[in-house]
Design a protein around this ligand. Structure first.
Ligand code: ITT
Length: 191
């Protein structure tokens, strides 16, 4: 089956392709000239369905979207659904510095990554899967792999940050990997 990966984030494309390889689906990137819709929702579910349904309808093909974010305890769950726009920063590196500045002097370093993955069909049908991972935020970035807040986040039970892990190492631990594992199970892949 052909499925469009409805995201403008290359890091998500890599993780989705790696996690779903066993399904044998043909995962198509977003075609050139097709823009992602503006994310006007206030929840991960709203934004993920907005992205997946818009692209599925537009292209007449099933579309897979992820809406995700990091929820920081010391910031009362911020930035959450607004993680991509946090601090109005121009790059992931600047956004990580901004987050570290906001946490300066705070001893509570707990944080949670959440992902809502939606597979939408052109006829309006939808499947929804969620994954969460808890961990702690470092005092400074570590590692150059992954994307976004990965260099700052050490998942519970690990010593390395997501930034120090390959896509294969991150998958079984990550919010997105856990959501995609549920999608795999729903499509008959029980591994
Ligand atoms: P699309 O909407 O086009 O998929 P996006 O990057 O804008 O791309 P989101 O709106 O879902 O995606 O924003 C999620 C942000 O949360 C993302 O830009 C990262 O900053 C952060 N984030 C989510 N998952 C992450 C992960 O696995 N590792 C690091 N940061 C992550």
């Amino acid at each position: 089956k052909r499925v469009v990966v409805a995201t403008s984030n290359p890091g998500k494309v890599r993780e989705m392709a790696e996690a779903l390889a066993g399904l044998g689906w043909e995962l198509m990137p977003l075609p050139a000239g097709i823009a992602m819709p503006e994310e006007t929702g206030t929840t991960y579910e709203e934004n993920a369905s907005l992205k997946a349904c818009t692209i599925a309808t537009r292209l007449g093909l099933p579309a897979l979207a992820d809406d995700s974010g990091i929820e920081v305890d010391a910031l009362d769950g911020q930035p959450g659904v607004y993680s991509a726009r946090f601090g109005d920063c121009a790059s992931d590196t600047e956004r990580n510095t901004y987050l570290l500045d906001r946490l300066r002097g705070k001893s509570d370093r707990r944080a949670h990554f959440r992902s809502v993955v939606i597979l939408a069909y052109p006829d309006g049908d939808m499947e929804c899967y969620e994954g969460v991972v808890s961990g702690t935020l470092l005092e400074g970035p570590r590692g150059t792999q992954g994307f976004g807040y990965d260099p700052l986040f050490v998942p519970d039970g690990e010593t390395r940050s997501f930034g120090e892990m390959s896509v294969e190492e991150k998958r079984p631990l990550s919010h997105r990997g856990l959501a995609l594992k549920k999608l795999l199970a729903a499509h008959g892949h029980l591994k």
